[in-house]
Design a protein around this ligand. Structure first.
Ligand SMILES: [Zn+2]
Length: 85
């Protein structure tokens, strides 16, 4: 695990990253962490997959089971990150 940009940091900004709500430098920092962290890149892949599914199928409601699984993972990640401090 890297120390410069923590998993907790990335997870808190994951949705903003995908919504392009972050500034260039912040975005680049988080993407660098994603590239070096299999755990977080897995989370990002899941989120990207959900968004692609929603866009492609134009479903009326989001696939709840998938989203719930991602949120559960994020909650676990956050709990792990906190316990390290
Ligand atoms: Zn990470």
């Amino acid at each position: 695990m890297t120390d410069d940009c923590g998993c907790d940091d990335l997870v808190s900004h994951l949705f903003q990253l995908f919504d392009a709500e972050l500034e260039g430098a912040e975005c680049a920092r988080l993407r660098r962490h994603l590239e070096g962290c299999p755990h977080c890149s897995e989370l990002a892949d899941a989120e990207e997959h959900i968004r692609t599914l929603i866009r492609r199928s134009c479903v009326e409601h989001a696939p709840e089971s998938l989203r719930t699984r991602v949120i559960t993972q994020i909650t676990v990640l956050r709990a792990q990150g906190r316990s390290e401090f």
